[in-house]
Design a protein around this ligand. Structure first.
Ligand code: UGA
Length: 446
């Protein structure tokens, strides 16, 4: 079967990983973005953000001419391909609802491209959008601009993305499921065939459904994972009040129950990133507009707001006043294996530490350049983990990088002014560390 030619509009995280994923499987992919600097980097094989394996795959696909990136040429991208993934961003508005301006603008451009085309073309929404968007907003714009009929002259699907930053290609190549929300049967058949070709014999289960159900599956999945995290953080908070209790053991034992499962039960300083905070807020706002108050997710969100401040509370308990104290932060990124600082839990921690008069020094293996654009010179930046610990009164482990897991108690005792460690992600063995220094951790009974 001849491979479909693919275009991808919007080259953020989802867009670029989709483009590189398909190009790495031998598809000819054209990406289009309004960001000329990003396009130039991509065309040179340089990833615009950090993601394990991205550099190598991007270099290979650019070198093999399977991928090229255009600047603001959506119409051309549509004209020269058979299927377009729309993966532009859907940022939050101040009330938590999603801003559709980029979806609307890119859809108009796709529609203009369709207008100039005679062959059948499939449009696939990959961006995270609330139920009804594909059918009630995207479809009318496409029909108006193309002067063609959806389901007849062109196809339309909603195909949510479930990949995680830091393991994007692993997730793409070994997806748990593919969800295809289809406007009509032909659209769904066309996309299903693309995925069957992409995965070959190892194709994951493919769920075919309406576009609205597909849209809701994405929000429901991210909200469920966020709920698991806030749930285990609540159990961590109880553990801290019970001498000898340990949330890690609670989570391990709970996770062995097949109905619960072990994943996303790591207690810590809360969830960050560009997805969970935004998606939970959007589902709350969407539901509110339907006249239904999502109290469960409101709690998930408020638990996540207070959770990072636990680190500062622990600091206060160990040090008394924070005024003039040197606090070392290990990790800035919202999670390991990314340089993304969006909604990173370290930001409220830093703001509170500074408010209470502390001096903050931080180290992260890859996120410092991004952190500097947000935090400027409000804090100091170290060039190594051990350098960050030098002369510190207290250290907070914020992000669970592999590099930090290798630190030994001596790294803290030999470099800090007074060795005190707060394990915000439960990566250290409490028995080993508490023998050598003052040690506190999320979810550990005092
Ligand atoms: C998340 C989902 O996991 C993906 O399936 C989804 O495709 C993506 O959002 C998206 O909507 O685009 P991501 O934000 O990359 O992926 O990162 P996660 O690994 O899910 O972690 C999110 C946050 O939760 C991080 O801050 C992490 O530290 C925190 N987390 C995760 C915990 O605190 N505990 C856990 O057990 C797991």
């Amino acid at each position: 079967m001849k491979k479909m030619r693919i275009s991808v509009i919007g080259i953020g995280y989802v867009g670029l990983c989709t483009a590189v994923g398909f190009a790495s499987k031998g598809y000819n992919v054209i990406a289009s973005t309004h960001d000329a600097k990003k396009a130039a980097k991509i065309n040179k094989g340089i990833p615009p953000f950090y993601e394990p394996n991205l550099q190598k795959l991007l270099e290979e696909t650019i070198h093999d001419n399977h991928l090229r990136c255009l600047i603001s040429q959506t119409e051309k991208a549509v004209l020269e391909t058979d299927l377009t993934f729309n993966a532009v961003g859907t940022p939050s508005r101040p009330d938590g609802s999603i801003d559709l301006q980029f979806i609307e603008a890119s859809t108009r451009d796709i529609g203009k491209g369709l207008n100039k085309k005679s062959a059948y073309h499939l449009v696939v929404i990959k961006s995270t959008v609330v139920p009804g968007t594909t059918q009630d907003i995207v479809r009318p714009i496409l029909e108006k601009e193309s002067k063609k009929k959806c389901g007849l002259d062109f196809g339309l699907c909603m195909n949510p993305e479930f990949l995680r930053q830091g393991s994007a290609f692993e997730d793409t190549l070994h997806a748990d499921r593919v969800v295809i929300g289809e406007y009509d049967r032909k659209s769904g058949d066309t996309l299903e065939n693309v995925y069957k070709d992409f995965y070959g014999k190892k194709a994951p289960p493919i769920i075919r459904t309406s576009t609205s159900t597909a849209e809701l599956i994405k929000y429901a999945s991210n909200s469920m994972l966020a709920t698991k995290i806030s749930f285990i953080n609540t159990i961590a908070n109880i553990c801290e009040k019970i001498p000898g209790a340990d949330v890690k053991v609670v989570a391990t034992a709970m996770g062995l129950d097949k109905r619960i499962g072990p994943l996303f039960l790591n207690a810590g300083l809360g969830y960050g990133g560009s997805c969970f905070p935004k998606d939970v807020k959007a589902l709350i706002a969407y539901s509110r507009n339907l006249g239904y108050r999502l109290e469960l997710l409101e709690s998930v969100e408020s638990i996540n707001e207070t959770q990072p401040l636990k680190a500062v509370q622990f600091c206060r308990e160990l040090l008394g006043t924070l005024k003039g104290k040197n606090i070392a932060l290990l990790g800035l990124a919202f999670k390991a294996d990314t340089n993304d600082m969006r909604e990173a839990r370290v930001i409220p921690i830093i703001n509170q530490l500074l408010k209470e008069g502390a001096n903050v020094t931080a180290y992260d293996p890859v996120a410092i350049p991004n952190a500097k654009t947000i935090l400027k010179n409000k804090i100091q930046y170290a060039t190594s983990a051990v350098g960050c610990l030098k002369n510190a009164d207290c250290c907070i482990l914020v992000t669970e990088w592999e590099e930090f897991k290798k630190l030994k108690p001596e790294d803290f005792t030999e470099n800090m002014k007074q060795p005190m460690l707060i394990d915000g992600r439960r990566i250290y063995n409490p028995e080993e560390f508490s023998q050598k220094m003052k040690f506190t951790a999320i979810g550990l009974g005092h």
